[in-house]
Design a binder for this molecule. Structure first.
Ligand code: SF4
Ligand code: ZN
Ligand code: ZN
Length: 306
């Protein structure tokens, strides 16, 4: 085994995209450095609501942001979990998050979807006849923003990784989904508080699932191992497997694809969507009809459910 780039100890991993062999301690430092770099680049200060599902990405994010907040007085964090009502899976996820937040001394807010909006994700997907992950995405985005806004948070942090982001963009390219390309989000979306829009930060945007998994293992962070039962059949799975062979050929290909699209996006002349406040809930929307995606979805559920 090779030696770590920064010390005499054996490397436990070689990050191929950077040709970087690292021991356990230097990997942890490197990982934290990558997260910190994103926070510094966007001058993130204030209170961050960290969205935690119980999966490895968001649990690694919570741990790393908590470590940073211990040494950075200007950053405070609170964990946030949504119980989506997905059978046993949601209960197990909630238990893992609760236990870990307590262990590291972070305040946790738990939001029970059934109690707050009257329906679970399986119920909404069934009644609206839309794919579960599509409805789940709409609901989570709305809930994160609403809870963060109502509780005075400056940012919501979410655990997107480069595997997810690059797969969504690759799928968009291969299916001529130009809307997704035009709307491609980077690691940071600024707040627009007059529009009730809290800022979004995605500190693991350029970190891979493998790096998040390794960080979780090295820090003994508990995670929910099973996959969400509703994820089976999601079309992104098919596109995800394409990366295996591309990454063997070019280990930096995922990062390069995302950077290329974001660069192209910044050069495109597109009409910036006008944000308006939803006529029903008051939260921001780009919809010309003035009703946000969440409220439209709920209208559909109530209509079909009657
Ligand atoms: Fe929601 Fe789909 Fe994720 Fe399950 S896999 S939690 S339904 S987005
Ligand atoms: Zn080392
Ligand atoms: Zn609305």
């Amino acid at each position: 085994m090779r030696k770590c780039r920064f010390c005499e100890r054996p490397a436990i991993v070689r990050l191929r995209y950077a040709n970087l062999p690292l021991c356990d301690e230097h990997f942890k430092k490197y990982y934290m450095g990558r997260i910190k770099k994103i926070l510094d680049k966007h001058r993130i200060r204030g209170e961050i609501l960290v969205a935690v599902s119980g999966g490895k990405d968001s649990m690694a994010l919570l741990h790393a942001l908590n470590e940073i907040s211990k040494v950075e007085d200007s950053i405070g964090i609170t964990a946030f979990h949504i119980n989506l009502g997905i059978y046993d899976y949601s209960q197990k996820s909630e238990d893992v998050v609760k236990k870990f937040a307590k262990e590291i001394g972070v305040v946790l807010i738990t939001y029970y979807l059934k109690k707050e909006i009257g329906h679970t994700i399986p119920e909404i997907a069934r009644t609206s006849r839309r794919p579960p992950c599509a409805v789940c995405g709409i609901i989570k985005r709305w809930v994160f923003n609403k809870v963060a806004y109502e509780n005075g948070f400056d940012y919501v942090a979410t655990g997107h990784n480069i595997d997810d982001v690059s797969t969504i963009l690759l799928k968009a390219l291969l299916t001529q989904d130009i809307y997704t390309i035009i709307r491609a989000q980077s690691e940071f979306s600024p707040p627009k508080i007059d529009m009730k829009l809290v800022g979004r930060i995605r500190p693991q945007f350029y970190l891979s699932e493998m790096e998040n998994r390794l960080y979780v293992e090295l820090n003994n962070i508990p995670v929910i191992e099973e996959a969400c039962p509703l994820s089976i059949g999601a079309t992104t799975h098919k596109y995800r497997s394409i990366w295996d062979s591309i990454l063997r050929m070019n280990p930096a290909s995922q990062i390069n694809l995302v950077r290329s699209i974001l660069k192209l996006r910044s050069q495109m002349i597109v009409d910036e969507p006008q944000l308006v406040q939803c006529k029903k809930c008051g939260y921001p929307t780009e919809s010309k009809a003035g009703i946000c995606a969440f409220c439209r979805l709920m209208e559909r559920v109530h209509r079909t459910g009657e």
